[in-house]
Design a protein around this ligand. Structure first.
Ligand code: MRU
Length: 364
């Protein structure tokens, strides 16, 4: 997607063939800075510090982290050490494990001298595949938006989203936001309610930024406003992303997603979850067993932002002595989910629903 009119992906191989580059998302929307990574440690840092974030992009960054590791030590021991280092960065997004297992499977078949070149090629292939998957999520999700637009007879389709599941969370297009971009590009009048998404405010800082750059109408709202807007008939549809979808259709996503799903159910608002197939954890039959990342309490007690003079600062919100707890994700049970939007189409949030689109996962 475009920034200042120039097309970008969120990650790409460096021109020297020995590095990978990312957009530092911790600085957005106030500063646009590209960071060059040359070691697996730098890739691990980028994921842990959330310079890159969003389940698909975490996986793509880990793939490049493996490629960087192969430049330094392409032995089996080097492969295993890099995989362990990267896997330990963030626990909830299953795309991380998926990408590492995929890279290991490809690289183990090769001799060490062949591995670095093959690893860069495979990381690039994972990125290209992610772009195509996310494009197809948009194509399928567009049909849902078209149906609502037809009912509204030209009135704007109001869509609520949580966190950032746009192109910045993937390699390009996004998951939850891809149908919105497709609808906007097709000339449908769409308007997005952007949950600010405390504590790290990925909605206020990232979703608002990318929608603005693409010219999509939106308002940032406080996290507690969604239920009220739904009661007033101001939300036609909710679409969110997910970091891990259990095989029974339960979805883990950014903290606060569950409350939006409850409010949507109470108000009869359709609540869809958009996901690429690498986000499905077929080994997990119950969302309540998904590991939930616990992050630094300072993300709750403090908040960064820009001052009027353009400089940035972080300020404390809470009394110095008040402890805080920071669960980064929650699980929305499948019964609250109207449907799952995947690259192969839309299905019920259930094991059978998922298997109808991915029959190769059926155990014989
Ligand atoms: O903590 P983050 O910013 O990595 O959380 C991101 C989300 O919760 C997204 O909704 C999810 O990864 C899906 S991204 C397409």
């Amino acid at each position: 997607m475009k920034i200042d009119g120039k097309a970008y992906r969120t990650i790409w191989a460096g021109a020297d063939g020995r590095s990978a580059e990312i957009i530092d998302q911790t600085l957005l929307p106030h500063q646009f800075k590209i960071v060059r990574m040359t070691t697996p440690e730098e890739a691990a840092h980028a994921i842990r510090a959330m310079q890159v974030r969003g389940a698909p992009l975490i996986g793509a960054t880990a793939a490049y982290g493996m490629a960087l590791a192969m430049l330094r030590d392409a032995t089996d021991a080097g492969l295993e050490a890099a995989s362990a280092l990267l896997l330990a960065t963030r626990p909830t997004a299953v795309n991380l494990r998926w990408a590492l297992q995929h890279m290991e499977a490809v690289l183990r078949k090769l001799t060490p001298p062949e591995r670095a070149g093959a690893a860069f090629a495979e990381a690039a292939a994972i990125c290209d595949e992610d772009v195509e998957i996310c494009r197809m999520i948009g194509v399928h999700g567009l049909e849902l938006i078209k149906e609502i637009a037809a009912r509204k007879d030209g009135g704007p389709v109001n869509i609520l989203t949580h966190c950032n599941a746009g192109w910045l969370a993937t390699v390009d297009w996004g998951t939850a936001i891809s149908p919105i971009y497709h609808a906007h590009n097709a000339g449908i009048d769409v308007h997005v309610w952007v949950d600010e998404t405390r504590p790290r405010n990925q909605g206020a800082s990232l979703t608002a930024y990318e929608l603005g750059e693409h010219g999509v109408a939106h308002h940032v709202i406080v996290d507690n406003a969604g239920g009220h807007l739904m009661q007033r008939g101001l939300v036609d549809l909710c679409i969110v992303g997910t970091d891990r979808t259990a095989a029974n259709g339960d979805v883990a996503n950014k903290i606060g997603t569950y409350l939006k799903a409850l409010a949507a159910k109470d108000n009869g608002v359709p609540f869809y979850v958009a996901l690429p197939s690498p986000t499905i954890d077929w080994s997990c039959m119950d969302g309540m067993t998904i590991p939930i990342e616990q992050r630094d309490a300072a993300e709750v007690t403090h908040i960064p932002g820009a001052l009027e003079d353009g400089s940035t600062a972080t300020v404390r919100l809470t009394p110095a002595g008040s402890p805080a707890r920071n669960d980064a994700f929650d699980v929305t049970p499948a019964r609250l989910v109207s449907g799952l939007i995947t690259e192969r189409g839309v299905c019920a949030a259930s094991h059978e629903g998922l298997l109808s689109l991915f029959p190769e996962e059926r155990q014989t």
